[in-house]
Each structure stands twice: as structure tokens, then as C-alpha cells.
Design a protein around this ligand. Structure first.
Ligand SMILES: NC(=O)C1=CN([C@@H]2O[C@H](COP(=O)(O)OP(=O)(O)OC[C@H]3O[C@@H](n4cnc5c(N)ncnc54)[C@H](OP(=O)(O)O)[C@@H]3O)[C@@H](O)[C@H]2O)C=CC1
Ligand SMILES: C=CC1=C(C)/C(=C/c2[nH]c(/C=C3N=C(/C=C4\NC(=O)C(C)=C4C=C)C(C)=C\3CCC(=O)O)c(CCC(=O)O)c2C)NC1=O
Length: 295
């Protein structure tokens, strides 16, 4: 059994506790048992689980794994602490706010012989799996993914990191991308922002990602993918799957802990994650570059 702690009690942290308390029968998540949770606040028991201090979580020998569910800006510090203490780590995406840090963290995990797993529920939804099926074997000519949602909460990092799930979709659907342009439009007084990033696929087909955030905007993903064989302009509505998306991710982490995942699979996943983080880094860089002086 892998004694496990949940770090950070927000939306994700509560779901993690729920899933650890009732793992999917006959799955790898049954091999994890929750030993407590860590929070920067003092909280009552959560779903019957007790709060423990960070120090206790790092020191206790019956704790072998941590699930980090805090806001993005704190992920690096918690991952380092738990890896240094010889624990396996599952972290909600994005694992860090730069690709260089992600590489360091994976090097540290390798050195320690521990699993460092980044959750990606956005590619585990039934709708996404159906979308991927519909996209496969078609040749993309041009595409746009336009996400709207409420403003980013503090601590979630630059928009290309906070919106990592959209980048992951594009890369998982169409392969590694080259960034060609990125710009950020912001109206701070209205909490409005719009990030536009343009890419080319390996076949030099243009893709655009727009992340638009403002108070009152609902979480919606609009797509327009033009293929050689026609256009896809909405995300398919697939029947709900019996296993929840965070539970699927927990099983995937558990399979890694049990050494059941092929190293080629681990490497391909790591490559995708690092590629997405690298794109996010470069988008941030382009958006923050001072305007060119054209004299
Ligand atoms: N929500 C989702 O559906 C998904 C979230 N994620 C990722 O999970 C991570 C956490 O996201 P999410 O859970 O949505 O974020 P939340 O804003 O709900 O929680 C983030 C952290 O804020 C602290 N917190 C929560 N509620 C309060 C409160 N009322 N007052 C003060 N502090 C509070 C908690 O830390 P502490 O207990 O230490 O105070 C918590 O871990 C992020 O990395 C995100 O990208 C990824 C996929 C899906
Ligand atoms: C209601 C408020 C609400 C909040 C505050 C919220 C936060 C939230 N949802 C996220 C992703 C996600 N959130 C969900 C799903 C959910 N997440 C949920 O909290 C709920 C209730 C569902 C289920 C309907 C999924 C599937 C993702 C992956 C990215 C995506 O596909 O949108 C993320 C990670 C960053 C991102 O990809 O945007 C955050 C911070 N989601 C919300 O729906």
C-alpha cells in the first residue's frame, strides 16, 4: 500500500480525498490509502480525514506519496519538498510555471527513483476522447480553439500556463507545434484578458488558440477545425463514462507507482508535457516582449 496525503484543499483537493476514500474496485487506486491532508489553513476533518502538518507528511515513513492540489505558483516548492523527502508525487497541471523547472523536477524525481506524475483530466473526458477519435485519420488544414471562462484566480500564473489544458488538447490532437505569434490584450480595470497564440503543425498548417477570460464568461470551448474532408465546429457530446476523470487519473498514477506503465509510454507523456510547457514559456516571452521599435 502507498500511504498518501492530499496537499491543498480546494476543488481539486476535495475530489482527490473523495476518490482516495472510495477507490475504483480492482484498480491501481486501491493500492493507495489516505493518511491525512495538508493545508496552509487550519481546517476541520475533511470527509472524515484528519489534517496533518507538512513536516509530518514529509517525515512519516508510512506516507509514500503526495497529491499536490494547490494553486500553480506553489507547485514547484511542494514537489521539491516531497521528492527530496523520498515521496512519489502526483501534481495537478501545470506542474510548474516554466519548462526549465519542470526538467529539473523530473531530473530530481529520476535521481530519487520516484514517480512524478502530472494530472491531465482534460484528455480523459468522454467528449475529448470522442473528439480525438473524430480528428484521427483526418488531415487538418486550419483550426481554432477558443476558450472562454472567468478570470484566472491569483497564483495560477501567466495565461499560457493557466490555460495549459487547451495547449495540451492542440498538441495531443495535432502533434508537436511551432509557435509563430502570440499577443495579449488586457483591460485590467475590467479583469478582461485575451491571449491569442498562433502555431504551425509539422505539415505547416495554421492553428490558433484563444484564451479569453472575464467576469461572467462561462467555461466554454469553441472549436473550428477545417479538414480535407469537412469542418468540425463543435465538440462532440459523448455519453458520460462510469469512471470519473480524476479517478481515471488516480488509477494512472497508481499504475505508475506499481511499475505497470511501459517506459515508452512514460517517455512519450513526458515529451508531450515538456513540449507544452516549452510552448507556454515561449508564448509568455512573446507576449511580454516590449513593442519593437521600428525606427
Ligand atoms: N478545479 C478543477 O477542475 C481542476 C483543477 N486543476 C488544477 O488543480 C490545482 C488547484 O485548482 P483548484 O482546486 O481548482 O483551486 P482552488 O482555488 O479551489 O484551490 C487552490 C488552493 O487554494 C486554497 N484554498 C481553497 N479554498 C480556499 C479558501 N476558501 N480560502 C483560502 N484558501 C483556499 C487551498 O490551499 P490550502 O488548503 O493550502 O489553503 C487550495 O489548494 C491547480 O493547479 C489547477 O490548475 C486541474 C484540473 C482541474
Ligand atoms: C464551477 C466552477 C469551476 C471552477 C472554479 C473550475 C476551475 C477549474 N477547472 C479546471 C479544469 C477542468 N475542470 C473540469 C471539470 C470540472 N471542474 C469543476 O470544478 C467541475 C464542477 C467540473 C465538472 C463539470 C475539466 C474537465 C477541466 C479540464 C479542462 C477542461 O477541459 O476544461 C481548472 C484548471 C485550469 C483550466 O484548465 O482552466 C480550474 C482552475 N472549474 C469549474 O467548473
Amino acid at each position: 500500500m502507498f500511504g498518501t496525503v492530499v496537499v491543498g484543499i480546494g476543488i481539486a483537493g476535495r475530489v482527490r480525498i473523495r476518490d482516495l476514500l472510495s477507490p475504483l474496485p480492482s484498480s491501481a487506486s486501491e493500492k493507495m490509502s489516505i493518511k491525512g491532508f495538508v493545508s496552509r489553513r487550519t481546517l476541520d476533518n475533511q470527509q472524515g480525514v484528519k489534517q496533518i502538518t507538512l513536516e509530518e507528511a514529509l517525515d512519516r515513513e508510512d506516507i509514500q506519496a503526495a497529491i499536490i492540489c494547490t494553486e500553480n505558483v506553489t507547485h514547484e516548492e511542494y514537489i521539491r519538498k516531497f521528492l527530496d523527502a523520498g515521496k512519489h508525487v502526483c501534481v495537478e497541471y501545470p506542474m510548474s510555471l516554466s519548462v526549465a523547472v519542470a526538467r529539473e523536477l523530473w531530473d530530481l524525481a529520476d535521481k530519487k527513483g520516484k514517480i512524478l506524475h502530472e494530472e491531465h483530466i482534460e484528455i480523459l473526458t468522454a467528449d475529448y476522447k470522442q473528439l480525438k477519435k473524430e480528428v484521427s485519420r483526418k488531415e487538418i488544414l486550419e483550426g481554432t480553439l477558443h476558450f472562454t471562462g472567468g478570470p484566472f484566480q491569483p497564483g495560477f500564473g501567466f495565461a499560457s500556463f493557466g490555460g495549459m489544458a487547451r495547449l495540451t488538447w492542440l498538441v495531443d490532437l495535432f502533434g508537436e507545434l511551432t509557435l509563430t505569434a502570440a499577443e495579449m490584450e488586457e483591460q485590467k480595470e475590467n479583469k478582461y484578458m485575451k491571449l491569442t497564440a498562433r502555431f504551425l503543425t509539422k505539415e505547416k498548417r495554421p492553428l490558433t488558440w484563444i484564451e479569453e477570460r472575464a467576469p461572467g464568461l462561462g467555461r466554454v470551448k469553441n472549436i473550428n477545425f477545417r479538414f480535407d474532408s469537412g469542418t468540425l465546429d463543435h465538440i462532440p457530446n459523448a455519453p458520460k463514462e462510469p469512471v470519473g476523470i480524476f479517478m481515471q487519473d488516480l488509477n494512472w498514477f497508481g499504475e505508475k507507482l506499481l511499475g505497470q506503465v511501459l517506459s515508452e509510454q512514460l517517455q512519450a507523456e513526458r515529451r508531450r508535457i515538456l513540449h507544452c510547457l516549452e510552448l507556454a514559456d515561449r508564448i509568455k516571452e512573446l507576449c511580454q516582449k516590449p513593442p519593437q521599435n521600428n525606427l
